[in-house]
Design a protein around this ligand. Sequence first.
Ligand code: QUE
Length: 364
Amino acid sequence: MSDDVLLETRGPVGVVTLNRPKALNALNLAMCRVLLPRLEAWAADPEVKAVVIRGAGGRAFCAGGDVRAVAASVVEAAPRESAGERLSREFFRAEYSLNHRIHHFGKPYVSLVDGICMGGGLGLSIHGSHRVVTERLVLAMPETAIGLFPDVGGGWFLPRFPGESGTYLGLTGARCNAADAMWLGYGTHFVESARLDAVLDALVGAPWGRGSAHAVVDGVLADFHADAGTSVLATQHAAIDRCFAAERVEDIQQALEAEGSTWAQESWATLLRMCPTSLKVSLRQVRMGRTRGYDEMAGVEYRLSQAMTARADFREGIRAVLVDKDNKPRWHPGTLGDVSDADVEACFAPLEGDAFALPTGPRR
Ligand code: QUE
C-alpha cells in the first residue's frame, strides 16, 4: 500500500493524514481508492466515534486533485478508450464517490485545514461536519485558471455561500483567509495552527459516552475556538452582490467596469486571464446548483469533468500553471464572445454509456 495517505485509529477517532507534502498533498487516484473503503469501514464500526483528516508537511491541507496526472495521461492519448480517457474517468469517479461518502457520513468528520486548501481539498473537507481553520489557511476554487470548473460539489456549495460570494470565488479563484472562511461558513472553528495537535488529543480523550458524538465534538472544538479577525471578503460583500448577480459572464464584466473600485478593476483583470469556456460553464453550473440538491449536482459535475478534461484548454491550463509555470495560457476560444451557448450546452450533455449515478441520500 502506498504511503500517500496514512490511516490509523487513535482510540475512538479514525485519523487520516494526507501525505504527499512535496505535491502539497494533492489527491491522486490511489489515495481515493484507499480512503473510500476505510471511510466505509469507519462509518460502520461502532467503536469509531469520529474521523479527523489533516495534511502532512506543514504547508498544505490539500492543493486539489492530481490534475497534472490526468492531463499527462491525456497527452499520451491515442484515440478512443485511451489511457487518458480512462484515468480521467476513473479519477473523477473515485474523487466524487469519496466526496459523496463524506457528504453522507453521519458521524462527526473533522477537517484540520492548516495551510493551502484548494479545489479537491474543499471536496475532502466541506462535505464533513466540522472544519477547523487556522491563521495559515489559503482557501480557493481556482479551476477556471486551468480550463476546468469548480467541481467536488462547487455547483452545490458555492451558491450556498452568502449572496454572490460563491459566484465570485468560483469564477475568479480569489483566495480566502481564515476570517473570510469563517464569514463564508466554510470554517466552523478558528484555532491557532500550533494548537492543532492538542485539538486531536482532546478529541481522542473526549467523554464519548456523554451525549451525541456531534455534541461531544462541538464541545471540544468550542474550548479551542478563537476569533479569526475581520474578513476583507465581508467588507466587499455588497459590491460582490452588485457585480456577480448577472446571468451572463459578459454582464458580470460590465458590472465590474461600472463599479470602478480597485477591487472591481482587479477582479475584472482576473476574469480576463481565466479560460473563457470555463467561465461560461462555471456560471451556468453555479446557477443550476441554486435549485438542485448535492447528489444531482455531483452527476452534472461528473459529465462536466469528462467534457472539460477532453478539451485542449485543460492541457493548456495545466501547462501554463503547473508545468511551465509561465502563467500565460492561450485559450481557444480566446474570448467570451467566441464561446457560444451551444458550446456551453454541449459540456452538460449526458455521456453516452457513462452516467454516474450515486446513491441519493436525504437532501441537504
Ligand atoms: C487550479 C487547480 C489546481 C491547481 C492550480 C490551479 C489543482 C491542483 C493544483 C496542484 C498544486 C500543487 C501541486 C499539485 C497540484 O493546482 O486542482 O500536484 O503540487 O491540484 O490554478 O484546480
